[in-house]
Design a protein around this ligand. Structure first.
Ligand code: C5P
Length: 264
């Protein structure tokens, strides 16, 4: 498996091996944002990253990219060995467009998210298609595939001074020692409404009920898998975004970060 999370400042340290995984020196500041689908994690994480001049990592895009690679290879999505073989053979590249280096040089606008490439093909748009969203659960449930993705996420963090990372297991598994952990949530009807609007903007029309059912199913499989299940870390701050604007959520999160981390 070749992977490239760009741009990189170079590894700060990759050292001894424990359980087959390198121990990496952490970034100076790691903020994790976990939560269910359409809770606002991605937008909040990107804006927070911008305000803190930190790199942004969308770990869902990594699961989605592996999903598309596996589907294109036509492998049995329930066969972990086959999924691992696809990962080994594929070249993944995740361009953190909201990266501070690029932002500073004004090369990219904020909030363009992460671009994902599989074997040199830009799959940023395709990985958001409903069939990929639905199939990502096979990748998410494969323990060895998760372990590889967690390793890539830690390597990414080790290459940046400050990181805001979002997903399902960032505060619980990938970065248990993160400086600050958030868990974003929102009522299901509101999440369905947001996701439907997002899909509409991309020209994909689905009824509110269809979207609600798809989110509910995804919540269930994310919460009930045995590895890296969706749940708040014990030390996470829970933010219910149902009745809050993005600016309000970002403002709240920023106040917590300033209180806890920036006066260190
Ligand atoms: O966040 P997003 O909706 O893009 O994630 C797609 C899927 O990838 C999730 O439904 C989940 O099953 C999986 N995922 C995960 N762990 C993460 C990020 C995403 O299992 N850290």
């Amino acid at each position: 498996m070749e992977q490239y999370l760009a741009p990189s400042l170079g590894p700060r340290l990759a050292g001894t091996l424990t359980g087959g995984f390198p121990v990496l020196v952490m970034a100076g500041l790691v903020i994790t944002i976990d939560g269910p689908a359409a809770s606002g994690k991605s937008t909040v994480a990107q804006r927070l990253a911008e305000k803190l001049d930190a790199a942004f990592l969308d770990t869902g895009a990594m699961y989605r990219a592996v999903t598309i690679a596996a589907k294109c290879a036509g492998v049995d999505m329930n066969d972990e060995q086959e999924l691992l073989a696809v990962m080994e053979k594929s070249k993944f590249k995740f361009l953190a467009e909201a990266d501070p280096c690029l932002r500073r040089r004004k090369l990219v606008p904020v909030e363009t998210g992460m671009r994902a490439f599989v074997n040199g093909i830009d799959v940023t748009e395709q990985i958001r298609q409903p069939d990929i969203t639905a199939s990502a659960r096979y990748i998410a449930a494969a323990p060895k595939v998760r372990a590889k993705l967690v390793q890539m996420q830690r390597e990414f963090a080790a290459r940046h001074k400050k990181v805001v990372t979002e997903g399902r297991d960032q505060g619980t598994v990938a970065f248990p020692d993160a400086d600050m952990k958030f868990y974003l949530t929102a009522a299901l009807p509101e999440r369905a409404r947001r996701r439907q609007a997002e899909l509409r903007a991309k020209g994909c029309s689905q009824s509110l009920e269809q979207v609600r059912q798809a989110i509910e199913q995804r919540d269930k499989s994310d919460e009930h898998r045995t590895v890296g299940p969706l749940r708040p870390a014990g030390d996470a701050i829970i933010l219910d975004t149902t009745n809050l604007s993005i600016d309000e959520v970002v403002g709240k999160a920023l106040r917590y970060v300033k209180q806890k981390c920036l006066k260190k």
